[in-house]
Ligand binder design. Structure first.
Ligand code: NAG
Ligand code: NAG
Ligand code: NAG
Ligand code: NAG
Ligand code: NAG
Length: 758
């Protein structure tokens, strides 16, 4: 073996031996359970080594030494691959043939494996072939070297499988587009016929092993994917037939499915591919009976489902134009959708989605398609069913199932696209009514309810046929938490419809309110969400129920957790925002004073509030904040109800902060409300502005919390040009005190560690 001069200049010198020993030592670090420092050190040494010019010869020695540890030899092969990609410029062009022969010799030594080394050396050879145009007949060299002896054929197939992938995906190789295109032609295009013939030959060679057939299919797929094997060439090759025959072999099944799917995919330009499509489609359709006969083997069904779905997606136009020929594909996909294994069902979803899009654009299609989508809809609603109570889903399984229900919901929308929403709604309604009349399990009721929620987005707010029936049904649903949860979320999805049909609101509002009484956390949260959306979308119709909401808040509401309470306050704020100005102001005042009464109670108590006393204070302030965030302002002229409240309210905040300004949550919550208060009261703030500024100064000085400066800054922005002497004095004082405080903070901590100081 001749090694390039530059590469090997100190091949057998002490320094190389040392390199080798250091390399082995560095790799050995990974075999032990190292500490981070030695790991980092070994890593960094290995990286430097990989880029060094000496690595070529060291790695060659390693690969050729039978007693080097396997990990070291694999590392050597990987290093060749990496260096061919990044460092080929280290090799003088006259030495490239020698490097090639070195790699070929190494690969020959490893024809029996391990596979990982074969892969790395194949990639190195592929990378070299791309950058070494003088190696004219690289593929032929490989065929001559490895393609004759049956024992080395797997190595050749491995190389041929990796070559198109490497050519198309290794963008790290430094070459121009022009050079790249030239190499694609030389390495791939000009060899595709020969590779096809070679694969056909191996496939039927006497004594061929399953392994070689398997690798041949992978190789074929790789060349198909690269676009280098024309689909027409395949029609003339026996490989097409072999692929379908191989479906009968358990060991070749997956490889054959991959090839068939890829082949179908490559015929998507249907006009150019008609002859092969005419060959393919009857063979695909002929697979359909296997769905029944192999139905107890999910792995087979998964493979067939992939083939049918690929054919369905690729030939969707043909399916619509010629249902008499192609419809069996749709039926087969329908059977796959109905298969009980929920890992297989979604393979069909993209097909239903894309076909629905095509149908959506047509004015008329065969009624066959509507039947197909109607069956899919029923099948999906069936898949949506929770398992019986005796075998509940747990943990991850339960999470996966819930996630998957939403994916199925999207396919239901596709069904409604084809079936018209109203008919979809009526069918689903019928399923619920039927389950109720036959006293079926809650699972039978819940699944169609979930479906109604999924298709809620498609409901026409003017519908007067299906939705009224559904709304009338809701109050009579069985009292099961999952059912109630699903029903409440339907209401929350259909609020636009309710807004146009206010007669239905009271019953639904009552159903939601009852949800707050539930012991199930999710039901309560759903009720909060539904109430919020109902009040947002139907606010004009809910003005009269505001007192009821208020009572509700005081009774049931007081037991809810803060997150749910906030939803109710948001709901109430939406309703208030729909009221005439004066009434709105009065209502807001009522709710605000209720909330602030609690704040005042804590603030004025002689008892020093603990953190747990301040929690509810912060909650009350947060509730007030979400209301103000929705209502924002009553315009320039304050309504009567608000005219004298500004000072009263400020007094409560002033008292609170005079005692608790150092509690971080209280500071944050109070300042956020103050911020909205400034907007709401606007000019009416002026008389108390100096007092607010003073409180902000003191509070910042005491606590260092930046929220106080934020409010101070807002007031200066709002009233900065006021001539009021007291206010100007307050501004000055705020400036002085805060500057001094910041200097003090900076002397202890660097700026980026002070909260809000970034
Ligand atoms: C590999 O080592 C053998 C001896 O063990 C030697 O004859 C051969 O030339 C070496 N090959 C390479 C490629 O270095
Ligand atoms: C076929 O090849 C693939 C990848 O090359 C491998 O994962 C699979 O196990 C092989 N199957 C058989 C039956 O050898
Ligand atoms: C409905 O079924 C439940 C349990 O399955 C049973 O307890 C109940 O009595 C049945 N009701 C009617 C009206 O049949
Ligand atoms: C609903 O009906 C109203 C009038 O009756 C009409 O203006 C509106 O466009 C309709 N909306 C839809 C979504 O059809
Ligand atoms: C709600 O409770 C507050 C005090 O907690 C009370 O002042 C108010 O009158 C109650 N409102 C209603 C409508 O019950």
């Amino acid at each position: 073996m001749i090694i390039p001069e530059r590469v090997t200049r100190d091949c057998f010198s002490i320094s190389t031996m040392t390199d080798m020993q250091r390399l082995l030592a560095a790799l050995d670090v990974f075999a032990r359970t190292p500490d981070k420092a030695s790991l980092d050190e070994a890593n960094s040494w290995l990286q430097d080594f990989q880029h060094s010019p000496d690595a070529w010869s060291t790695c060659n020695l390693l690969l050729n030494s039978s007693d080097a540890p396997p990990a070291a030899r694999l590392f050597a092969a990987q290093t060749f691959r990496t260096k061919v990609t990044y460092d080929l410029s280290q090799v003088d062009p006259p030495n490239l043939p020698t490097l090639r022969d070195t790699l070929l010799a190494a690969l020959q030594k490893y024809t029996a494996g391990p596979r990982t080394i074969i892969v790395q050396l194949s990639l190195a050879l592929a990378g070299l072939a791309m950058q070494f145009p003088a190696w004219e007949n690289a593929v032929q060299t490989m065929i001559n070297t490895f393609g004759v002896n049956p024992a080395t054929v797997p190595v050749l197939l491995q190389f041929l499988t990796l070559l198109p992938e490497e050519v198309h995906t290794n963008s790290k190789i430094p070459m121009t587009d022009y050079e790249w295109r030239d190499r694609v032609t030389k390495l791939l295009t000009e060899n595709s016929k020969q590779v096809l013939d070679l694969l056909s030959m191996y496939m039927q060679a006497p004594g061929v092993t399953i392994d070689v057939q398997n690798e041949s299919f992978h190789c074929l797929r790789s060349w198909l994917m690269s676009g280098e094997v024309g689909t027409m060439e395949l029609t003339e090759s026996p490989l097409l037939g072999f692929a379908f025959e191989a479906l009968a072999s358990e060991k070749l099944f997956d490889a054959a499915v991959d090839v068939i799917c890829e082949l179908i995919h490559e015929t998507q330009e249907i006009d150019d591919n008609m002859p092969i499509i005419e060959l393919l489609v009857p063979r695909v359709i002929a697979l359909r009976p296997l769905l029944a006969s192999r139905g107890d083997d999910p792995d087979s069904i998964r493979g067939y489902a992939r083939i049918f779905a690929e054919a369905g997606e690729t030939y969707r136009m043909l399916i619509i134009q010629h249902p008499e020929t192609f419809f069996p594909i749709v039926e087969a996909i329908g059977e796959c959708s109905a298969y009980p294994d929920l890992d297989i069902v979604p393979i069909t979803f993209p097909f239903w989605d894309r076909l629905a899009q095509v149908i959506g654009k047509k004015t008329s299609v065969s009624p066959l398609f509507q039947q197909a989508y109607r069956s899919v809809m029923l099948v999906i609603i069936n898949h949506l069913k929770f398992p019986p109570d005796s075998t509940p889903l747990l943990g991850q399984e339960a999470d996966d199932f819930r996630g998957f229900r939403h994916v199925m919901g999207d396919t239901l929308k596709d069904c409604c696209e084809v079936l018209e929403t109203e008919s979809c709604l009526l069918t689903t309604y019928g399923m619920i009514a039927d389950a109720l009349s036959r006293n079926l399990s809650w699972q039978e009721v819940e699944a169609p309810l979930f479906a109604l929620r999924s298709i809620g987005g498609r409901v026409d707010p003017n519908d007067s046929v299906a939705v009224p029936k559904i709304m009338d049904l809701i109050p009579s649903l069985p009292d099961h938490p999952r059912v109630r949860y699903a029903a409440i979320l339907i209401i929350s999805r259909y609020t636009e419809w309710l807004n146009k049909h206010p007669a239905y609101i009271p019953a639904q509002l009552q159903y939601i309110s009852a949800g707050f009484e539930a012991t199930d956390r999710e039901v309560v949260a759903a009720a909060g969400q539904a109430l919020k959306y109902l009040c947002q979308d139907c606010k004009e119709h809910l003005v009269d129920v505001l007192p009821t909401l208020h009572t509700f808040l005081n009774t049931t509401g007081s037991r809810l957790c803060q997150d749910d309470k906030i939803q109710i306050y948001e709901a109430i704020a939406f309703v208030i925002s729909a009221m005439p100005m004066d009434k709105a102001a009065e209502s807001l005042r009522t709710f605000a004073l209720d909330l602030l009464a609690y704040v005042h109670k804590v603030a004025s108590s002689s008892h020093v509030a603990s953190e747990s006393d301040l929690g509810p204070v912060c909650d009350a302030l947060e509730s007030l904040e979400v209301m103000l965030n929705i209502i924002r302002s009553f315009g320039e002229q304050l309504p009567a109800a608000c005219q004298n409240t500004c000072k009263d309210i400020w007094d409560i905040f002033d008292l609170l902060l005079s005692k608790y300004c150092k509690d971080e949550n209280t500071a944050e919550r109070a300042c956020r409300v103050l911020r909205f208060g400034l907007g709401l009261f606007d000019e009416a703030v002026l008389p108390i502005a100096a007092s607010v500024i003073a409180r902000m100064s003191f509070s910042f000085e005491a606590s260092g919390f930046s929220s106080y400066l934020w409010i101070g800054g807002k007031i200066i922005a709002q009233f900065g040009d006021s001539e009021d002497m007291e206010l100007r004095g307050a501004f000055k004082e705020l400036y002085e005190r805060s500057t001094q405080k910041v200097v003090e903070l900076l002397s202890i901590e660097s700026a980026h560690r002070i909260p809000g100081g970034k």
